[in-house]
Design a protein around this ligand. Structure first.
Ligand code: SF4
Length: 474
């Protein structure tokens, strides 16, 4: 029975982490094939909010064709005596959690990158309109965050209206992000952690510092501070910074202790400013990921919305799969776009001096934060397509990594890093192993999360199938 009698499907924390495959979906909203998508929270004066009101601008779910992907904007407007603009990021990030409580409703990512699927099963049960979805959001906002006194939700599917509101959303994100720039990690004694993604990545905790934004790019240090203060039992919590035990790599005693505790011992050490050895864990909704390119001893960066193949011939989804799930994988670092604007951006690895490839879209967005003399030395997909072309480009431009090649006779050997060399052959060879092993194997069942550590699974027979429809999941 539903938590809410007038909602046609069940609602509860048990549905967090539920995945909906393409074959099972009624419709997709946002996602990689759709350009117009966003979610935005705004704090307004009380007299401008009609509490509990749900508006739909454009076609409703029942009016759109089964199996398609459609544009969507979600606008949550809230009022409350103790609310101010500084809490908009906190309210906005809760949309992800609350929508995932709805049976057969999957929400991924954040801000301008949302990706939603509604299952056929829930649609057939009667969840065929944004109206009940909005009602759930309004009720959960008020019950989980009592600081919100009035809230209204608008779903926008009309392309013209989306065009009108989208610039406002981008401006709101930029204003929030800019606020956190300038403050330094050493200047505060409290960092914040977020465990919201543990439903998908059980050993993951985002460590949010002034100079390292959350992986999803939706929570700055200020947002996290506000979130922890208004909802101390919520997913965002304070981490006493403790001592800085490794200035270069960004290791803090408080962070290590929290990571150990929250990952149930899986993660022992976290280095915040590097992609090597003990990098920050990568969940599943990071905006971008840095990956080691051994042939040039540099790091490439690819973002979620990049459609093609990166310079090593792999798409975002394959590289993301190599890092995701709450693991610490040597040579990878799941991160936000905003982190690239920080002076601590992979600073232990050389920062921008070590970045050898980046999609054009990302480069344009962070251009002002790349040292001026480096901008033309970092190629995009328009400049190079292969590692050989990359090598030639870097050499011709005298990129700083070229000096490393001279220092190391065989740069490709760099032993400490795990190279991104996943090919069909190596993947196939791996699947031939008679025993499956996993450092961390999460199982979700009946509302419980069971983690098998260092698991080895023996089977008489292994059937391997390619799930083609699911290849765009990430
Ligand atoms: S990516 Fe990090 S900050 Fe963002 S919701 Fe997930 S755990 Fe929280």
């Amino acid at each position: 029975m539903s938590m809410f009698k007038d909602i046609p499907v069940d609602v509860g924390v048990i549905y967090e982490g539920e995945r909906i495959r393409r074959n099972d979906m009624q419709v997709e909203l946002g996602g990689p094939t759709v350009k117009q998508k966003f979610e935005l929270a705004r704090v307004k004066p009380a007299d401008q909010i009609e509490d509990g009101k749900v508006s739909i601008i454009g076609p409703d779910i029942k009016d759109i064709k089964e199996g398609g992907a459609y544009p969507l904007g979600i606008l949550v407007e809230a009022a409350g005596a103790k609310l101010d603009q500084g809490l908009e990021g906190v309210i906005e990030r809760r949309i992800h959690g609350y929508l995932n409580y709805i049976e057969g409703f999957m929400h991924l990512n954040q801000r301008y990158d949302i990706w939603i699927r509604l299952s056929k099963k829930s649609f057939q049960k009667g969840l065929n309109s944004f109206e009940p979805i909005g009602k759930v959001l309004c009720r959960l906002f008020k019950s989980e965050l009592p600081i919100i006194e009035k809230v209204q939700v608008t779903f926008i599917t009309d392309p013209a209206k989306l065009d009108e509101i989208y610039p406002e959303a981008l401006q709101a994100y930029e204003t929030r992000d800019a606020k956190a720039r300038g403050l330094k990690d050493q200047e505060v004694d409290t960092f914040y952690g977020c465990a919201l993604c543990q439903s998908f990545a059980p050993t993951h905790v985002c460590v949010i510092t002034p100079q390292r934004y959350s992986n999803c790019g939706a929570i700055s240090w200020f947002d996290a501070k506000a979130s922890a203060s208004i909802d101390p039992k919520g997913p965002v919590f304070a981490i006493p910074r403790g001592e800085m035990i490794n200035t270069e790599k960004g290791e803090f005693t408080g962070v290590d202790e929290t990571a150990k505790k929250r990952s149930m011992g899986e993660v022992q050490q976290v280095w915040l400013y590097t992609a090597f050895d003990h990098p920050h864990t990568s969940c599943g909704c990071f905006e971008s990921v840095a990956f080691y390119v051994p042939e040039v001893d540099g790091l490439g960066v690819v973002n979620r919305s990049f459609k093609g193949q990166t310079v090593n011939g792999l798409p975002f989804s394959t590289i993301a799969d190599s890092a995701a799930g709450g693991r610490q994988v040597d040579g990878f670092h799941g991160m936000s776009i905003e982190y690239m604007r920080s002076s601590k951006f992979l600073s232990a690895d050389g920062g921008w001096n070590r970045i050898v490839w980046v999609p054009k879209e990302v480069k344009e967005r962070v251009k002002d934060f790349i040292p001026a003399d480096l901008v033309d030395k970092i190629p995009t997909e328009e400049d190079v397509k292969t590692v050989d072309e990359l090598k030639a480009f870097l050499k011709a431009k005298n990129h700083p990594v070229v000096a490393r090649w001279a220092a190391e006779e065989a740069p490709a050997a760099a032993p400490e890093a795990q190279a991104v060399q996943v090919t069909e052959e190596t993947a196939a060879a791996a699947t031939m192993m008679p025993v499956a092993t996993a450092g961390t194997l999460p199982i979700m069942a009946g509302g419980f999360r069971i983690i098998l550590k260092d698991a080895k699974i023996y089977a008489n027979k292994v059937i391997i199938q390619t799930i083609k429809d699911d290849k765009d999941k990430r």
